[in-house]
Design a protein. Structure first.
Length: 331
């Protein structure tokens, strides 16, 4: 009996020792994690200063700063439909100090051939998605040739390759949207890529017949009477353009919106992603952010890191399919 008792005690001692060693090892792992962040975080913004995508991203960063010991500093890096900014972030260390205000433009830029073949959406990992935004087609407010998208399409079919439509750059999301609108409608036009600011100015100045841009930019001019929106790509009518029909509503089976959220280099450590995810989830769910973003034409769509990765993968397949159908797919 005594031998059994001694044996049992030895087993218990060994078990406690192993458990203790495991806890100690875990404690060492926790202790080994560097403090983050200890310096400013650089956030690449792919959109022109003052546009909806820019100001919404900056607002999200400002609110996330309330939950971080060091601030996020926003920097605009434009070009290549977002490719310039994306490649900048991928060229920096994967240490969480370079993040990107990411969007569907990574999918479009990659399949357009603006990104290296090994640098698609999965070269990044999601932190948090925050909004969805729609794009639309508009003409000048004083252009009385068309009052509906159906009239615009009928004219374009009768006059192939006559109409000009500006968009916000080769390989950009709005380039895809412009090609998709005309492709699904079965019309041939001249697409003129340029930056978003020039796109607006060219339409208002009468240098092009129509423009495809984000609906917030269109809605501001629609309110002023300087633009007439004809159609939007969205699952339902938008609060900022309640009288403008959707492509689906008119019988065209297309629905692709621009997601916007935070992403980092795919090799960024989990604990850093967790810290950033917590800060941006709080920012995205803040009533102040919701009110601000909705006034800019965005729909709030807050998703955690795992769900954001799934969204990027899903939209990548959708973008590739649309681009193949309209002859834009390169890789």
């Amino acid at each position: 009996m005594r031998k059994k008792t001694v044996g049992l005690l030895l087993v218990m001692v060994i078990l406690f020792s192993l458990v203790g060693q495991g806890l100690f090892a875990e404690g060492q792992k926790e202790a080994a994690k560097p403090t983050y962040p200890t310096k400013n975080i650089d956030m690449t913004v792919l959109f022109q200063a003052g546009q909806a995508g820019d100001v919404i991203g900056r607002k999200a960063a400002d609110l996330a700063n309330r939950h971080l010991p060091k601030p996020i500093i926003s920097n605009n890096r434009l070009g290549g439909g977002g490719a310039v900014g994306y490649q900048y972030v991928l060229g920096q260390p994967a240490d969480g100090y370079n993040i990107v205000w990411n969007s569907t433009s990574i999918n479009v830029a990659y399949h357009q051939g603006n990104m290296p073949v090994d640098k698609g959406w999965d070269a990044f990992r999601g932190v948090a998605n925050l909004t969805m935004e729609a794009s639309g087609l508009a003409i000048r407010g004083d252009d009385n040739r068309w009052n509906t998208f159906e009239e615009f399409v009928a004219y374009a079919k009768a006059h192939p390759n006559e109409l000009t439509i500006s968009n916000s750059g080769v390989g950009s999301f709005n380039h895809l949207a412009a090609e998709a609108i005309t492709g699904y409608a079965g019309i041939k036009v001249k697409h003129i890529p340029m930056d978003a600011g020039q796109s607006i100015a060219s339409l208002l100045g009468g240098k092009v017949d129509a423009m495809v841009n984000m609906t917030f930019d269109i809605s501001q001019h629609a309110k002023a009477g300087t633009m007439k929106p004809l159609v939007v790509i969205a699952p339902k009518r938008l609060a900022v353009l309640p009288n403008t029909p959707t492509m689906k509503e008119l019988g065209y089976d297309i629905d692709i919106q621009m997601y916007r959220g935070i992403a980092v280099h795919k090799d960024t450590p989990d604990y850093i992603v967790d810290i950033l995810e917590d800060a941006f989830m709080k920012a995205g769910n803040d009533p102040e952010f919701r009110e601000f973003a909705e006034t800019k034409g965005a729909t709030i769509d807050v998703r955690n890191a795992k769900d954001f990765n799934a969204l990027m993968a899903k939209d990548d397949a959708t973008v590739a399919q649309i681009m193949e159908q309209i002859g834009m797919l390169k890789q």
